[in-house]
Write a protein that binds this ligand. Structure first.
Ligand SMILES: Nc1ncnc2c1ncn2[C@@H]1O[C@H](COP(=O)(O)OP(=O)(O)O)[C@@H](O)[C@H]1O
Ligand SMILES: [Mg+2]
Length: 359
């Protein structure tokens, strides 16, 4: 049993999803016998103490409204709470991108999920593709565009990105929940879609459309990674866009996905390889595009996937025989073991230097 800080909410557009995820995680932690100490991060980044944060877990509020104070002083309650492990379930920017993980590293606090580097790389679609490509993990062909480049050399840049024949997907490099993403069917809409995506990030990806299926696989563990059963998303709209994810409720989740044994095994293997290529541990949901004809691509890696009671990440583990309580318990254990290893490594480095200095 551990005293676990459950951290949720946050400054990103995924604030509300995070609150819902946190309710599921809290239930799982309690069922596993852990003590949950809730910390909510308000919409403006201020940290709310457990009594206030608990109101979101109990359903009294769905959003932690802005506090309107400087963020730093509000961190004090967390830093002095005497928790043993942090369980961050803050999706998106300042939660999933390595920044929050950096805070836990500084505090020498074990934390659930991927570390700073894997979180940061997974969050940046352009960077992530490069790392995956160099590790031999299949990714969809795309062209990256940076804001300065478009501003300085508009005609050349548009010509360059025009090389990917539509239909294409235009996405902000850093983002999530399909925010800023457009499907472009004809070349004359490309510039507009790129400028739209640039409202959400300074870099944008123009990617060939894969006509086929969307499959997802959950990964868990430290130091070894394990892959779950494979699930399928059946978008209710043109693609799995923001409205389809959170507003319309038309998308379907098929668990397990109907796949031949060879494809399923390939997806599970590549999921582990892809996350390992980022130096990942803890948890991730690896999303795939399976092209009609059989070509398989990793679309993205989510290091803090949705964790609501109907979310793919916990559902896939449930389908693999791992209950919610066992899942969160394994995540907590992984965090503690990883911190011990990290400390041993650090002690080793210091001992080596001390040896050298004492020679
Ligand atoms: N290359 C592509 N081909 C087909 N569909 C795509 C492609 N890229 C993205 N999509 C669609 O857009 C959705 C969101 O894109 P994704 O890259 O997963 O961004 P996010 O991080 O916002 O979830 C996907 O779930 C899928 O429905
Ligand atoms: Mg996605």
């Amino acid at each position: 049993m551990a005293r676990v800080a459950l951290i949720f909410g946050g400054r990103s557009v995924e604030h509300k999803v995070s609150v819902t995820s946190a309710r599921t995680v809290a239930a799982g932690l309690e069922a596993a016998g852990h003590e949950v100490v809730p910390f909510g991060i308000a919409l403006d980044g201020c940290w709310l103490e457990p009594v206030l944060a608990a109101k979101a877990l109990s359903g009294e509020v769905d959003v932690l409204g802005a506090v309107g104070e400087p963020i730093a002083p509000t961190l004090a309650t967390f830093a002095t709470a005497g928790v043993e492990v942090a369980f961050p379930i803050v999706h998106g920017t300042w939660g999933e991108d390595g920044t929050l993980q950096g805070l836990f590293e500084i505090l020498a606090l074990p934390y659930v999920g991927a570390g700073v580097t894997a979180s940061a790389v997974a969050m940046d679609k352009i960077l992530c593709k490069r790392v995956l490509e160099s590790a031999g993990v299949p990714v969809v062909e795309s062209i990256a565009v940076r804001r300065q480049e478009l501003e300085a050399h508009a005609a050349e840049t548009l010509e360059r990105i025009g090389e990917v024949v539509p239909p294409v997907f235009v996405k902000p490099s850093v983002g999530g929940s399909s925010v800023g993403i457009r499907r472009v069917a004809a070349s004359d809409q490309l510039e507009d879609a790129v400028r739209f995506a640039l409202r959400f990030d300074d870099a944008v990806l123009v990617e060939r459309e894969i006509d086929g299926r969307e499959l997802e696989c959950s990964v868990l563990g430290y130091p070894a990674l394990e892959a779950s059963a494979v699930g399928e998303i059946v978008p209710g709209a043109d693609f799995y866009d923001y409205a389809d994810k959170y507003l319309d409720d038309n998308a379907g989740l098929l668990i397990p996905a109907e796949l031949d044994a060879e494809t399923e095994a390939r997806i599970r293997k590549i999921s582990v390889e892809a996350f390992a290529a980022l130096g990942g541990f803890g948890m991730a949901r690896v999303d795939f595009l399976l092209e009609t004809g059989g070509a398989l691509y990793v679309n993205e890696i989510n290091t803090l996937p949705g964790f609501t009671s109907i979310s793919m990440y916990p559902k896939l583990w449930e389908a693999s025989g791992v209950s919610l309580a066992e899942l969160v318990d394994r995540l907590v254990t992984a965090a503690v073991v990883r911190q011990e290893d990290r400390k041993r490594l650090d002690d080793g480095i210091k001992a080596w230097v001390a040896d050298l200095e004492g020679r």
